[in-house]
Ligand binder design. Structure first.
Ligand SMILES: NC(=O)C1=CN([C@@H]2O[C@H](COP(=O)(O)OP(=O)(O)OC[C@H]3O[C@@H](n4cnc5c(N)ncnc54)[C@H](OP(=O)(O)O)[C@@H]3O)[C@@H](O)[C@H]2O)[C@@H](O)CC1
Ligand SMILES: Nc1ncnc2c1ncn2[C@@H]1O[C@H](COP(=O)(O)OP(=O)(O)O)[C@@H](O)[C@H]1O
Ligand SMILES: [K+]
Length: 482
């Protein structure tokens, strides 16, 4: 069936550029609904928000289409409403556009939006092809799994268009977790409305979103506990500084000294003033500019000038390793615990330690720690948060969707290059984090700066690198971030 609607009296205005009021804000569906309710209470109309969303989307879609045919798949709710508003705005700009609407609009705003579009509306997608496919089927209101028929429709429309754009989230994605069906099509661009959603930075859907961009609709900062960590400029050493003030880091090695050497190298290149390698083992790769402290570990760690310690890479799991971890925790200094230090960590070991501690587990280490501290969660975000609360530590849960949990707060990151998935890459990150902890004295800032430096170093070094190459690239990365 094809029909054209008669134009309604609603006017479609061009969208002015908007400056975002809270660019790093991430809201869950429940928080978004609360924010929305507060806006309505303050006198903002639902329709106004939908206009902002639809027009903001149309700006992106118009550019992507370069004047070629756009197909917008509109669902029954307000996500579909945004789609109709975008369709009307595109048509008003002279962009050829048609709507596919397998389900009639149900919400008041979606019906009103549909009435503003006087172009072609189809209830099927047979033979549909064009330049840009826009998915406005379901957004944050996804209430149950998408039916096979609708999933097929999404896949077919994706396949018959050169580019695919998702409004808010691709249909079928759980906005709070990023969980999605296996056969979710891939998008080139995902436009989030008003605030980011967790799914834009975590979960399986990440691989399918393409470029993600925020469309501002004037949602104020709600003071929520989820944030996107955006790279900020790092501070250069100040005038009166010296090597100790700039941060003395103790890198505590173990049975496999090569790994801690790499950690020490990254640490030195990430801005620490002085790095001491505390290792009972020698290594032929020991560089001349790295000081090795041969004193017994307890004594070496007693140096008051130490501002951060890192332990874990190459530590091993033998008795000696446990003793070394105990010495680090007893030193009462800010510390980064990685790799085997995480495998050895228990509630009893942490009991008497009240120094700021950063844990940097990958997925497997996170699972073991959750078991050891008797906490759990369905998603990585929940597990990291539960562990942060149980330990009192900051938890940097690494992987394709790295996130930082501290108390009730969560920081998310834009995904780094997948080339980082190479052995030893975490050892490098631990060294960078220790340097930033020594320099800033702040766990959250240090962890965030470390993730950004690590990601940037990886971009600089390119494809197919080794961890040693990555550690060397921390140097130009630091230079770029000053
Ligand atoms: N929040 C804001 O500030 C703003 C939000 N905005 C936009 O609104 C979007 C949220 O809109 P929304 O709440 O109407 O939900 P939406 O995603 O359209 O889906 C709900 C509809 O789909 C249906 N349905 C659900 N699952 C289904 C399934 N598997 N299979 C079949 N049907 C299913 C469900 O049906 P029901 O469960 O009621 O039967 C209901 O009809 C948001 O993502 C953003 O784009 C902007 O306009 C600007 C301001
Ligand atoms: N698919 C991926 N995309 C982006 N970064 C990744 C990916 N896989 C792993 N990483 C990053 O690479 C590093 C690997 O750390 P880790 O697993 O501890 O490695 P190792 O123990 O070998 O040093 C982490 O910083 C992690 O976030
Ligand atoms: K959508």
């Amino acid at each position: 069936m094809t029909h054209s609607k008669s134009p309604s009296s609603e006017t479609v205005t061009a969208s002015p550029p908007r400056a975002n009021s809270a660019p790093g804000q991430i809201l869950t569906t429940a928080q978004m609904r609360d924010a929305e309710a507060a806006l309505y209470e303050s006198g903002v109309e639902e329709w106004t928000l939908m206009q902002r969303a639809g027009h903001g989307a149309a700006d992106w879609i118009a550019r992507a289409s370069a004047g070629n045919l756009v197909t917008i798949l509109c669902g029954p709710g307000n996500n579909g409403g945004d789609g109709y508003v975008a369709a009307a705005a595109l048509k008003a700009r002279g962009v050829p556009v048609r709507v596919v609407a397998p389900i009639e609009p149900k919400t008041e705003q979606a019906k009103r939006a549909a009435a503003t579009f006087d172009g072609e509306v189809l209830d099927h997608a047979a033979g549909s092809h064009g330049a840009v496919f826009v998915d406005a089927l379901f957004g944050i209101g996804l209430a149950r799994p998408v039916s096979d028929d609708l999933r097929r429709l999404l896949t077919d429309l994706r396949a018959s268009h050169s580019l695919a754009v998702a409004l808010d989230v691709p249909s079928g994605v759980d906005a709070d977790t990023g969980a999605c069906p296996d056969d979710l099509p891939s998008y080139d661009l995902t436009l989030s409305f008003g605030a980011w959603k967790p799914a834009h930075f975590t979960g399986d859907a990440l691989a399918k979103l393409g470029v993600v961009r925020l469309v501002d609709i004037d949602v104020p900062d709600c003071g929520g506990n989820l944030r996107l960590s955006e790279p900020a400029r790092l501070a250069a050493p100040d005038f009166a500084t010296h090597k100790y003030r700039r941060g003395l880091v103790a890198v505590v090695g173990g049975a496999m000294p090569g790994a801690s050497l790499m950690t020490a190298r990254a640490c030195a290149l990430a801005g620490a003033g002085y790095v001491k390698w505390m290792s009972d083992h020698d290594h032929p790769g020991h560089p001349p500019d790295l000081v090795k402290d041969d004193a017994p570990l307890d004594d070496a760690l007693g140096d008051d000038r130490i501002s951060a310690i890192v332990i874990g890479p190459g530590l091993g799991r033998e008795d000696d390793a446990q003793a070394r971890l105990e010495a680090v925790l007893a030193a009462g200094k800010p510390a980064v615990l990685d790799a085997d230090a995480l495998n050895l960590l228990t509630p009893a070991l942490l009991e008497s330690c009240d120094a700021p501690i950063l844990l940097t587990p990958h997925e497997g280490e996170l699972a073991r720690l959750c078991e050891a501290f008797e906490v759990d969660g369905e998603t990585k975000r929940e597990r990291a948060s539960a562990l942060a609360k149980a330990t009192g530590c900051a938890v940097l849960a690494k992987g394709a969707d790295t996130l930082l949990a501290v108390g009730e707060d969560l920081r998310f990151f834009t995904p780094a290059t997948r080339w980082l998935s190479v052995a030893g890459s975490g050892d490098v990150l631990a060294g960078i984090a220790a340097a930033r902890l020594a320099v800033t004295g702040d766990l959250v800032q240090a962890a965030c700066e470390a993730v950004h430096l690590h990601g940037r170093a990886a971009r600089i070094v390119g494809a197919g690198f080794t961890a040693t190459m990555l550690a060397e690239a921390v140097h130009p990365a630091l230079g770029q971030m000053l």
